[in-house]
Write a protein that binds this ligand. Structure first.
Ligand SMILES: Cc1cc2nc3c(=O)[nH]c(=O)nc-3n(C[C@H](O)[C@H](O)[C@H](O)COP(=O)(O)OP(=O)(O)OC[C@H]3O[C@@H](n4cnc5c(N)ncnc54)[C@H](O)[C@@H]3O)c2cc1C
Length: 454
């Protein structure tokens, strides 16, 4: 074994990365400011469940976790739209294989921590990173139980300390560094639809439910215990906002007017509303992600994104897979960390910025576009084009969720595809007129075949 790699942050990215590194024979020490979540319940209001897609699943499969993870998953075949007292299931993909999964954040994190320990990773909880010297990778850590502080030099430090990363904020002072944290004017609040008396789901289990309302929306993802975690996304300030929902009556009245079928399923709504925090969402874009051979950012620490494409964790897991591949062939005693870090950034930075843009766009899709008949027409044409020309035309959502096509490629091809769809549909409100021979010519000319996946 070579020197010890320190990973700061035992969230989703840090714990999966530690498994990858331990499997390669590295000595890994993981430090985490929170208590061990396997012994203590996670506090409410921190995205209790998440959408896991192919990218994330592939990264879990690659370390042999597929069989342990799958029992934790609930398949979501599409969006169940709740509007005008009607329910409408909009499939995510072209067939039953193109689905996404709901998974419990703490359930998944616990599995990763158990697996990391089983691979020999040392995990220290209640240890807060409170200072980083990025030139020497010397960290100052506070033991939250004793209050003592100690210093240690890392070889190297990989910071997976999340969207508010202390390491990123420190790195931002390095010569030539840029770093931007863009907070959304909308916030989120987590609520619950409990299971019914038999412990079953009260609404369709295999769907991600959405109540799209234009300027705001409610979503619900299923849990294994029969409940749903419900999230309200809306402006933080203004006429219809979290600030305006300032009493039990105001909350109940608002839900009665806008989400009355959901309200019927949420007996503790008003109490829960005020018990749970209102979360903030941030997009992080920074560069560089590393300092010489000393420090690297990975996961949300490098590229936090808003949650509307369900890709933050998936992207962080893909980071781990890419990072691991860069270590193939390296001896644990003599890794050229600087080159590995530089290659990692080169492969991931543009892709992270692309998924950041797509995630912001998808908020409009979820709360607004899904109500527009033209959106559904374009979706139908996308699937038809994919069926006829599968090597060249893959709907953008599918490229992101069901494939391993780099995010930046999905973004750039998505722009061209959107123009094609607009042109092919024109002013029509059906697809009867579409000439698929000319569609093929346009696709061949403007798109060509999808490049091989990463
Ligand atoms: C409301 C919401 C819904 C989401 N839904 C989805 C979804 O459906 N699908 C999806 O793919 N992604 C989703 N995400 C994004 C996903 O949560 C993140 O991308 C993912 O958690 C990133 O993992 P991470 O390990 O980089 O960061 P985190 O999971 O935030 O982990 C960071 C860890 O570092 C620790 N830490 C922080 N600072 C310090 C310090 N100073 N010292 C020591 N330890 C420290 C923290 O305690 C934490 O354990 C969602 C996010 C939100 C907010």
């Amino acid at each position: 074994m070579g020197e010890t790699i320190t990973i700061a942050g035992a969230g989703l990215a840090g714990s999966l990365l530690s498994i990858y590194l331990a499997r390669r024979g590295f000595d890994v020490h993981l430090i985490e400011r929170r208590d061990d979540m396997r012994r203590h319940k996670l506090s409410a209001g921190r995205s209790i469940n998440l959408a896991l897609a192919n990218r994330g699943l592939r990264a879990l499969d690659a370390v042999g976790l597929g069989d342990s993870v799958r029992p934790l998953l609930i398949t979501m075949k599409g969006r169940m739209l709740h509007e005008n007292d009607q329910l409408h299931l909009q499939p995510y993909g072209k067939n039953d294989q193109e689905v996404i999964y709901s998974v419990s954040r703490p359930g998944l994190n616990r599995l990763l921590l158990d697996t990391a320990e089983a691979h020999g990773v040392r995990i220290s909880f209640n240890q807060t990173l409170c200072h980083v010297d990025v030139d020497s990778a010397t960290i100052t850590v506070r033991d939250n139980v004793s209050g003592d502080q100690y210093q240690r030099e890392c070889h190297p430090l990989i910071a997976t300390d999340g969207s508010g990363s202390l390491t990123r904020r420190t790195l931002a002072f390095s010569p030539g560094a840029t770093s931007a944290e863009e907070f959304l004017e909308h916030g989120y609040k987590e609520l619950t639809i409990p299971a019914d008396a038999n412990g079953d789901h009260r609404i369709e289990k295999h769907a991600l439910h959405i109540w799209p309302r234009g300027g705001f929306m409610l979503i619900a993802l299923p849990n294994l215990d029969g409940s749903f975690t419900v999230t309200l996304f809306m402006p933080r300030e203004g006429e219809t906002s979290f600030a305006s929902l300032d009493s039990h009556d105001a909350v109940t009245d608002f839900f009665t007017r806008t989400f009355h079928d959901a309200l019927e399923l949420m007996p503790d709504l008003a109490t829960e509303f005020f018990a749970n925090p209102t979360g903030r969402m941030v997009t992080v874009r920074c560069k560089p992600w590393y300092r010489r051979d000393k420090v690297l950012l990975l996961g949300d620490a490098a590229h936090a994104i808003v949650p509307f494409h369900g890709q933050g964790m998936n992207c962080a897991f893909e980071d781990c897979l890419v990072f691991d591949r860069l270590l193939a062939g390296e001896s644990t005693h003599a890794v050229d960390w600087r080159s590995v870090f530089a290659l990692f950034q080169a492969q991931r930075l543009d892709n992270a910025n692309a998924i950041a843009d797509l995630a912001l766009e998808n908020y409009i899709v979820m709360r607004e576009s899904v109500r527009d008949p033209r959106f559904h027409l374009k979706k139908a044409l996308s699937w038809e084009l994919e069926k006829r020309f599968p090597k060249a035309f893959i709907p953008r959502y599918s490229m992101v969720m069901f494939h391993h096509i780099p995010y930046a490629t999905a973004q750039s091809r998505g722009v061209i595809q959107e123009q094609l769809l607009e042109e092919l549909i024109g002013d029509n409100d059906t697809l009867d007129h579409v000439d698929y021979a000319s569609a093929k010519t346009l696709i061949d000319t403007r798109l060509g075949n999808v490049p091989e996946s990463a």
